[in-house]
Design a protein around this ligand. Structure first.
Ligand SMILES: [Fe+2]
Ligand SMILES: [Fe+2]
Ligand SMILES: [Fe+2]
Length: 420
């Protein structure tokens, strides 16, 4: 098994970037919450690993939210039915050895202090979770007063009043006091502007060394990305997992090196991460898409590229993932690369993606059976869209390929709660 050299902060940052897209109109929520949580933590005298864990948990705190509709509900200050996404997010982070330590921060990030303070948890967990809760609500309030950036300074008194009203009830009194002290500084609010926020987060990114990871470790963090995107629509449940398994299986059938097979699995898991930017109703639309909607959907493979491009060590996987809608005759998108520009692995992911999608129900058609899928794919190969050589391996192993594509992920996913 290979070793991968990845900067964990870069991977977490990219995941948060992808999650930010779920907001559609309210982007950078995770980054703003992480910045404010870290500043409050410093004010509380926290430092070192504890502060870093707080930042990681805060930037990922909404990883249980894939649907734009759930995200918009969370923008109401007093929305009380939000615990579903806390549990989903915590379970997801718990499923990965590299993030399991921050799982409880996310689990309790909407629990009121009145209740949380007596729970049987380490004090640092309670305080970190409550810190995320408080600044999450600050961000929601700031969004309401943010018509332009100067309004944020005008609105800060109102924000502080609302937070003070919940002192000792929703929020730990010491955390509220730390926040109120911070809020006196204009610089605290001005750093919430996008360009300053980016600068703040870049410093955090630069602070982590590259970490040597096993395939299993990298797969578990990549699995968080794929779970979130698959949970976005009931139609695409397990799609990325199915594509990943089929792509890897095809690589094995074709005799590719073990590292390439592992990387094919990772590319399959990540290929549709750009779909997080799509509004739910577009992915679930039962009828034909309008031209405008189709153009919007088509940008997802480019968004996959832009989300993953900053993770050093993942360049090749990013390329294979982002090229999954390219076609051998150059008619695909977004780069219009033809056969010459498409690595074999990208052609494998493209075929696996098509096969798995045809094997699933879609809002506009029912799932197709293996023979019908083969017929459709042969037509695509005859038209020069997909690689006929790759397809030959499917046709020689049709049942096994079907199993890989359709039964993927059953055991693993059953451990996790249903999506909201
Ligand atoms: Fe949030
Ligand atoms: Fe796609
Ligand atoms: Fe896909």
């Amino acid at each position: 098994m290979s070793t991968y050299h990845i900067n964990l902060h870069e991977a977490i940052y990219s995941l948060s970037d992808a999650l930010d897209l779920v907001g559609v109109t309210h982007i950078h929520h995770g980054k703003r919450v992480a910045y404010m949580a870290a500043e409050c933590g410093k004010r509380m005298g926290w430092q070192g690993q504890g502060l870093d864990d707080l930042f990681q948990a805060a930037i990922l705190h909404d990883c249980g939210v894939s649907k734009t509709v759930v995200h918009s509900r969370l923008l109401q200050f007093e929305w009380e039915l939000e615990s579903g996404h806390c549990q989903i997010g915590a379970d997801l982070l718990d499923s990965c050895a590299l993030t399991s330590n921050i799982s409880p921060f996310v689990r309790y990030h909407h629990t009121h202090w009145e209740e949380l303070k007596d729970m049987d948890l380490p004090m640092q967990v309670k305080l970190s979770a409550n810190c995320i809760f408080m600044v999450d609500r600050v961000d929601v309030l700031s969004l309401a007063s943010l018509v332009d950036q100067s309004n944020l300074l005008l609105g800060r008194e109102h924000i502080c009043e609302k937070i003070l009203e919940k002192r000792g009830i929703w929020f730990c009194p010491e955390l509220v006091d730390a926040f109120i002290e911070l809020s006196r500084s204009e610089a605290f609010w001005l750093t919430l502007e996008n360009e300053h926020l980016d600068g703040y987060v870049s410093v955090w990114l630069a602070e982590t060394p590259v970490k040597a990871m096993s395939f299993e470790e990298l797969r578990s963090i990549v699995g968080i990305f794929s779970y979130i995107v698959d949970a976005k629509s009931s139609f695409t449940k397990d799609h990325s997992d199915g594509v990943a398994r089929l792509a890897r299986y095809l690589g094995e059938l074709m005799g590719l090196a073990e590292t390439s097979c592992e990387m094919l699995e990772l590319a399959g898991l990540l290929h549709d991460i750009g779909k997080l930017r799509q509004p739910d109703e577009l992915l679930d639309k039962p009828g034909k898409l309008t031209d405008e909607e189709y153009l919007r959907i088509k940008r997802h493979s480019f968004d996959t590229y832009s989300i993953l491009r900053n993770i050093k060590g993942l360049e090749q996987i990013t390329q294979w993932a982002a090229l999954h809608h390219e076609r051998v005759d150059g008619s695909g998108y977004p780069y219009h690369l033809g056969q010459g520009g498409l690595p074999l692995e990208a052609r494998i992911v493209a075929v696996a993606d098509m096969f798995q999608a045809l094997a699933q129900n879609r809002p506009y058609r029912a799932a197709m059976q293996p023979d019908a899928i083969m017929q459709e794919l042969r037509m695509q190969a005859a038209e020069g869209k997909i690689d006929g050589g790759v397809l030959d391996y499917i046709s020689d192993n049709l049942d096994a390929c079907w199993q890989q594509a359709v039964h993927a992920g059953v055991a693993e996913k059953s451990l996790r709660p249903a999506s909201p």
